[in-house]
Design a protein around this ligand. Sequence first.
Ligand SMILES: C[S@@+](CC[C@H](N)C(=O)[O-])C[C@H]1O[C@@H](n2cnc3c(N)ncnc32)[C@H](O)[C@@H]1O
Length: 285
Amino acid sequence: MRVRIGDVDWVSRFSELAAAAEAEGDRPSDRWRDRAARFDRMSRTAAGDGGTIEGLALVTRPEDVALDIGAGTGRHAVPLSRRCARVIALEPSPAMRQRLVSRVEEEGLRNVEVRGESWPLPERPAADVVYSAHVVYGIVEIVGFLEAMTAAARRICALLLKLRAPSDALAEVHEAVHGTRRPRRPAALEALAVLHQLGLQASLTIVEGTGRPLVFGDDEDDLRELALRVGVAPDHAGIARVRDALGRTCEREGETWKVADVGPTALVTWPGAGSAADGCAPPAR
Ligand SMILES: C[S@@+](CC[C@H](N)C(=O)[O-])C[C@H]1O[C@@H](n2cnc3c(N)ncnc32)[C@H](O)[C@@H]1O
């Protein structure tokens, strides 16, 4: 059944929000070029886990082939490789992919194949689980992306997303720096609405313990990251602008700035095209 919640065209709404956010500011050709090292470091810590293990436990089986779309530096591909028979990790950013390859080698993971293409692929690899974590916030062609996931999945598709996009947490800091409100991005609830509009029977499960506010330290590394995330050069002047904006918009606790809360992480799942009835049920906890 196709459901259009609140009479809103969620496909258009999702695409408009993603497009407006994507159009913001100049970006290097590899937008992760200056952020991949820190992303790698953070995603290896317990605090940077972001609901990974809990999310994966809900959708995987030991015999599975899993496709991880937008694998980043391996935050999910690495635990996936320990839970599944084989992982295909797609990562188009050279900076992210380089870290991913290093991590796979470092951990001696022989069942992970790293590929550099963007999704959707004309020739889709078949997988039992087709998974994508924190990717679709910026995907304008959302229908092609989701329908290709469905077509590739023998059992289940899953999106791991925050209830609100992580960049929304920085809206006030961005406004204090630039004087303009940043367009907000779509996230888990918009993705759920799109899936139902497409007639896909999706379920949303909140991953417990993931609703932490976004915090940044008052040190150069954190402020540099924040500068990059709000579109300011991460130099001395840029860092000073960001610190000033934090002072005007955020609570400070000791050496950390409490930026904002974008809610917990959610796992959105729906049956793959090759699924039998058991794949259609919401994942059991
Ligand atoms: C925020 S990172 C998330 C990385 C990883 N999934 C995680 O949660 O740690 C988003 C990643 O998606 C990748 N990406 C963006 N668009 C993509 C697409 N169309 N196909 C595959 N990957 C994409 C980016 O290069 C980036 O590495």
